[in-house]
Ligand binder design. Structure first.
Ligand SMILES: Nc1ncnc2c1ncn2[C@@H]1O[C@H](COP(=O)(O)OP(=O)(O)O)[C@@H](O)[C@H]1O
Ligand SMILES: [Mg+2]
Length: 353
């Protein structure tokens, strides 16, 4: 792997000239969208445009959105279309440089130290313990060394905000600076994809450095298509019913609204259970694929299979709801208690022909 010395420049370099010959080039967002589609990821038009520009302008792509809208899957799909290695850094509270960038293999250093002492009877040169041999590569270092690669910094909102400063420094130079070794950067910087579930606001400084895109839940036709691609053996009718149910659930006031992941789980559950439409039976059996908070259970159950729904295979006849909820009381207008009818009505004689 060729190393390059970086002199702290913020120059982003030419857009695509240095991409390896094997890296696909895309004529525009539509071409990139088609490539993503071909690996099973269906981006919205805004995402395809943002991703195209991130590649061309060499900027990290910051993706924000509810859980399960396809942020992590997008990074994997980009790696697939670029024929690049996906290197993932999962963020968590307390993550720091030694887990994100690099560390030193301390036990090996101690062993080396002991061996050198025993052999030479003296104190070895400490600098010999800080070479590449003793370096533990963490995801960011791995990514800057690997060309081509996609670096996924997943769920940055889980990390403490000091961690963002560290990322900024790396993105400024597309390299990792190791005091004992110098600056390490691969021939081609990785495409960086950051994601956030927005459990907290990420600092403007980091967002400004990136291209930003908010991933929304897919619209109905796109979710149907995602389900058809991702779930083998899913009847078309059921795909439509699951996607429609997701829309109902997302517009309800749930603690945990379902993402595409939950839609896929529900559809897979249906296939496993041999159900061909979203009936009460399926809603009861597969409730746990969608309701992920105790307080949501009743509402999710109600909205998954509300009346009217007819089980497939029922005899041809009028589509009647399984259950009709009647109001407890119907207030009728006041009527007179008695209607006085005449005792007798004299009808006219029938005309004779
Ligand atoms: N646009 C999409 N095209 C194809 N699959 C998608 C899409 N959006 C979401 N998915 C699927 O939904 C599931 C959840 O996506 P994921 O990337 O884990 O969500 P997030 O990271 O936003 O929480 C994955 O199985 C993913 O493949
Ligand atoms: Mg994710």
């Amino acid at each position: 792997m060729p190393y390059r010395q970086v002199v702290g420049s913020t120059d982003l370099g030419p857009p695509t000239d240095t991409l390896p010959v094997t890296t696909p080039r895309f004529g525009g967002p539509a071409e990139l969208a088609a490539a993503l589609d071909s690996v099973g990821y269906l981006p919205d038009t805004g995402l395809a445009a943002a991703a195209f520009l991130a590649l061309r302008l060499r900027r990290p792509l910051f993706l924000e959105g509810d859980p399960g809208v396809g942020k992590t899957a997008f990074a994997q799909a980009m790696a697939d279309v670029l024929d690049a290695e996906l290197i993932r850094l999962q963020c968590y509270g307390g993550i720091d440089a030694s887990q994100a960038l690099y560390d030193w293999n301390f036990p090996r250093q101690i062993l080396e130290l002991r061996a050198a002492r025993e052999a030479a009877g003296g104190t070895p040169d400490v600098t010999s313990l800080y070479t590449r041999e003793f370096l533990v590569r963490r995801p960011i270092l791995k990514a800057v060394e690997t060309s081509p690669s996609v670096l996924l910094v997943d769920e940055i909102d889980r990390a403490d905000d000091e961690f963002e400063a560290l990322l900024l420094e790396v993105f400024e130079n597309n390299s990792v600076s190791i005091p004992e070794l110098g600056t390490i950067g691969g021939a081609v910087p990785p495409l960086v994809v950051l994601t956030s579930n927005r459990t907290r606001e990420v600092h403007d400084a980091l967002k400004r450095r990136c291209l930003y895109h908010w991933i929304d839940h897919p619209d109905l036709p796109r979710e149907v298509e995602i389900l058809r691609r991702r779930v083998d053996g899913l009847p078309d009718e059921l795909a439509g019913q699951v996607a429609a149910a997701m829309r109902r659930l997302r517009s309800a006031n749930l603690v945990k609204p379902p993402g595409v992941a939950e839609a896929i789980d529900l559809a897979r559950a249906a296939v496993e259970l041999g159900e061909r439409s979203l009936t009460d039976t399926l809603a009861d059996a597969a409730l746990g694929t969608v309701a992920k908070h105790h307080d949501d259970r009743a509402e999710v159950r109600r909205l998954l299979a509300p009346a009217p729904l007819v089980a497939s295979g029922s005899s041809a006849g009028p589509d009647l709801p399984d259950r009709v909820d009647l109001p407890d009381r119907v207030d009728l207008p006041d009527l007179p208690n008695r209607v006085d009818l005449p005792d007798r009505v004299d009808l006219p004689d029938r005309p004779r022909s």
